[in-house]
Design a protein around this ligand. Sequence first.
Ligand SMILES: [Zn+2]
Length: 611
Amino acid sequence: MDAAQPVLLASVGASPVVLIEALFRMADGPRPAALYCFTLSGQVNGLDEVRQYVEQQLEIPFYQTRLEGLQDVRSAADHAGYTEALMRWYLELQHTVAAPLWVCMSGGRKTMTAALQQAAETFGAADLYHVLVREGEEPREPAAAHQAALDGRLDFVTLGPRAARPMVAALRPNDFPLDIISTEPPARTVSVSDRALSDYLRQRAEATDALWQQRESLADRAFPALLLANASQQRWLEAPLDPSADAAWIAALPKVELHCHLGGFATHGPELERVRAAATSPHLPGVTASVPLPPEGWPRPHQPCPLDTYMRLGDANGSSLLSDAGCLRAQIEGLYAHFVATKVRYAEVRCSPNNYARDRDAWSVLQDIQSTFERCMAQSDPRERCQVNLIIIVSRRQSGDLSSISRHVALAVTAGQRTYASECCNVVGLDLAGFENKETRPLYFQHDFDAAHRCGLAVTAHAGENDDVESIWQAVYRLSARRIGHALHLTQSRDLMRAFAERGIGVEMCPYANYQIKGFRPMPGQTDDYPLLRYLQAGIKVTVNTDNIGISAASLNDNLLFLAKLCPDITRSQIIQLQRNALDTAFAPFDERHRLRIAFNRELERQLAAV
Ligand SMILES: [Zn+2]
C-alpha cells in the first residue's frame, strides 16, 4: 500500500451502496486501499452485493466488523453501547492501519453518524465527509452507484481533517479492547461488556474543561495534575490527612528529602548490626561502642529530650563508625535502599568527610561516598531511582582550632567544581550544623562562607532549633542561606516570616525530631502548636524531612503521617504542596528539578485517577 493511500471507515444502515459512493471521494485523487465498515448485528440487505462489487470489481479489500446483540439503535442505552463499540473499533484501526483515515458519515441512522463523527473528532481523521446524491437519483445497485461516481453526479460535503485530541495520544487498543466473539468470514463479530472507554473519554473531557476554567490559577497549584481532579477527587484532596487511612497513599507518594544526616541513619537495631558487620576494622572502638537506649515512649516520648541528649542517642553511628570504610559503604547502601523503599525520588544527604577521615584524607572519603551512592543509583530500577546529592556539613565551633571549618568549606567548594550530572552524586551545598547557641550564631562564621558564595554553592543552616529567631535572621542576612533547618522560632518575627515567603527561602522541618527535642502539642504538658501549617499558610516554602532516620526512629513517610497529629487540619493537597516546595528549594540545578517536577506530576496523575 502506498503510504499516502487512505483507507475508508464507515458505518452502514439500510443503504449499503453508499459505501461505493464514499470510495470516490476524490474524482482524480487516490482511491482507498481498503474499506472498513462497522455494522449492527442484524442482516443488512444488499451488503453482500456491495462487498462482492468492492472486492471483485473495484479490487479493494473489504473488512466488516459486526456488533453482537444490537439489532438497531432505538434507545439511549443502545446508542451508548453502539458508541462504546465503535470507539474501540476506531481506536484499534487508528493503531493497526498505517494509513490516513477517510471517514464517511453517510451510512446508518443519525445516531450512528453522530457516534462516528464523535470518534473521528476524538481520534483524528484525514478527512470527514458526507456523500450527497441528487434528489430522485439515489442509486439502488452497486454498479449504478459506481456509474454515478464516474459521471460526476455525486457531491461531497467535507469537514476536512480532524486532529486527534491530545488526551488520547497515550491510548493503545489493548487499553480498551473489543471482545472478539468470532472471526468467521465474512464478518468479524465483536461485543463490549462495559462503557469504560466512553467513561474515560468523558472524564478526560471534563478534566480538560476544568483545566481551561482554572487556567488563571495554574501557577498557584503545586502540580498541574491537581487541576485535572474532578469534583470528588477535589474533595478528597482538600480533606484533612488521615493518619491511618492515608498510610498507603503517603507510602506511594513520590517524595523529596532535603534534611537527612548520613550519620543519623542506622543508629540502632538490625540496620546498625548490618553496618557494623561490614567493618574493615572490626575492633575499632566505634564499631563496638555500646548502643544508647532511647527514652521511654520513643519515637513519641512523653517529654522533650534536650538536643545534646538527642544527639548522644546517635553515638553508636556517626563519625566514629563511618571512619571505617566498610561501615561507610554499608551505611550508604542501607540509606539508599531506605530511600527507594520509601519512594524518595530526590535526596540531599548531609555528611562530614573530614570527620570520617581517620586513616585516609577527606577527599578520598568524599569520593568513596560519591562513588558508592553512584553505584547504588546505577544499579537501581530506573522507575524507583532516587537521585542523591550531597551537602557538606560545617560543624560549629566557638573556640580552639577552627581550621576544620575552613577544611569543610574548601572541600565543598572544590567538589562543587565538578559539572553537575544526573548520573552522579553531586556536592550541591554546605550546611552550618552542630550545637546551636548564642555563641555559635551564623554571624560568627560569615566570612568562612565567602568562598562558597563566590562559587555559587548553596548554603543551608540549622537555625532556630535550639536558638531564637535572631539565629534565623543571621542565617538569612549574614550567611545568605537559601534554606533554614528547623526554623522553629521563626514565628517570633512576623517580618522575617514575610521575608521568607517573599524571598522563597525554604524551611526544612523534621516533625519527629522537632517533637522529640522541643515538644509540641499533643505531647502532654505542651501548649505550643507545631508551626508548619502556619508557615505553609503564610506562603513559606516549608518542607518535611527526617533529620536523623535512625535516632528519631522515623522515615519520611512516618514524618509526613505524623503531621496528622501535629497539625490536624493539614490537607492532602498541602502534603503534595510540601513536595513541590521541596522541588523548588532543592539545591539541584533547574534542569534536574524540572525533570523531577514532570516525573512527580505523572505519578500524581496516576495516583489521582485511582482515587
Ligand atoms: Zn539536622
